[in-house]
Structure formats: C-alpha cells, structure tokens
Design a protein around this ligand. Structure first.
Ligand code: ATP
Ligand code: MG
Length: 214
C-alpha cells in the first residue's frame, strides 16, 4: 500500500493583527481538506502592501504565535520573516516544498479577495503548479462574475480552484486597527491574548502610549 501524502495548509498573510477570520478559515480548511497541519506564514516585507504602515514583523509574528498556540494542528513559520527583501509567494512555496519533501502536498489557503489578486502575483502559472489552491468565502468580497474567469484560468493550467465555505466572519485587520485607533472594543474579534498584546505594546494607537483599553 502506498502511504498517503502528508497535507499541509499554508495560510499567508500580513496578520496585522491576526483575527478570528483567519483562525476560522484555517480550521475550516483543516476539516474540509483533511489537512494534517496549517502553517501560518506572516509576511516579511509584503510585495502587495505599502511597507510603510505595516507593523514591525516581530509583533505580527508574536501575535500569530499567541493566536495559534492552543491548536495542536496550527504552526507559525518564519520562512518569509527570515528572508531578506521582498518575499514572493512562489519563493515561499518553493522553500516549503523543499523543506517538507516530495511526500507532502501543499494547500495554499486564501480569502476570496486574495485569490482575485493571484493572477497579478509573480510567475502565476508556475505558482499554480506548486500547490492546490483554496479560496475561502469572505463577507464583502464576492467572487461574483470574476468567479468564472478565475475558474477558466485555473482550468487552462489544468488546475481547479477549491472553494471553501466559511461561516461568515466580516472581520478584517484594517477594521481592527481602526477600532483600536478610535478607542472601540476589539474583544471577541481577536483572541484575548492578542487583544492584550496590542494594548500592552501600544499598537495601532494615534501615538504610542496614548490609547486606553475601551
Ligand atoms: P488587511 O485588512 O490588513 O488587509 P486582512 O484581514 O485582509 O488584513 P490579511 O493578513 O491581509 O488579513 O489576510 C491573510 C489571508 O486571510 C488572506 O488570504 C485573506 O483573504 C484571508 N482573510 C482575512 N480575513 C478573512 C476573513 N474574515 N474571512 C476569510 N478569509 C480572510
Ligand atoms: Mg488583506
């Protein structure tokens, strides 16, 4: 009998900060695709975002560790953080493939918004050959009419796009940063440890040390 391949989910993100939308999506992917593990990969220097204004890598990494520590199937990888310069997903997947070896299948998990951007990423045709792709539903980001176009594009590369239905979580890091800045509660949007970490380190405030917990 041939051994079944080990299946690893890869959840890339800025995680500024990590929130329950990310965690619920990863958990849904674990169950739906029978993954052995989900690896959260915080970006180093994200190519798709203005690096100015993105919180220090150290904080984003530590919040991701805090958020995932209670789930034995969640891990955090430093693969993008420890690399110099701009990190492209295709390089990340190459490195992870080499690290895990041929007995492992990678599943790249993204929200509906991020899958729409894939075609603009570096070397998209080769990227598609590196992993299976999972697009999670995300409130406010319907694939709509683009759905057919993306599916056609995947089919041209002889790949299929896996759609993952996630219980509606209209949470975004942008909204959480705004809430902190305006003194609104973020309780129940992020794990308690992440909530505490944000206030302890004065992240997202108007200026350091001035915002109080609502
Ligand atoms: P920002 O508002 O700063 O862009 P974000 O909430 O989109 O933050 P990211 O770190 O950019 O979080 O996202 C990482 C990955 O998680 C992306 O693939 C994104 O589509 C997905 N994602 C984020 N929030 C959700 C959510 N609520 N439901 C499903 N997927 C999500
Ligand atoms: Mg985003």
């Amino acid at each position: 009998m041939v051994d079944a391949k080990c299946k690893i989910g890869i959840m890339g993100g800025t995680f500024d900060p990590v929130h329950y939308g990310h965690l619920v999506t990863a958990e849904a992917a674990l169950g739906e695709f029978q993954l052995d593990q989900v690896l959260f990969v915080p970006s180093g220097n994200p190519p798709h975002k203005d690096p100015i204004g993105v919180t220090e890598t150290k904080h984003r990494y530590l919040m991701t560790v805090l958020a995932t520590v209670t789930n034995p199937k969640f891990e955090v990888s430093r693969v993008d953080i420890d690399r110099e310069g701009v990190t492209y997903t295709i390089e990340t997947l190459r490195l992870l493939k080499a690290r895990y070896g041929p007995g492992t299948e990678l599943y790249f998990i993204t929200g509906a918004d991020a899958i729409l951007e894939i075609m603009s990423w570096k070397d998209p045709k080769n990227l598609l050959q590196m992993a299976e792709f999972i697009a999670a539903t995300r409130p406010g980001f319907s694939l709509g009419r683009q759905n057919d176009m993306i599916k056609r594009w995947f089919a041209q590369q002889e790949k299929s796009l896996n759609i993952l239905q996630v219980p509606a979580m209209a949470i975004s890091s942008t909204d959480i940063r705004k809430r902190v800045k305006h003194g609104k509660s973020i309780r129940y949007l992020v794990p308690e440890t992440v909530d505490h970490y944000i206030y302890k380190n004065n992240l997202y405030g108007e200026c350091s040390g001035t915002h109080n917990r609502p």
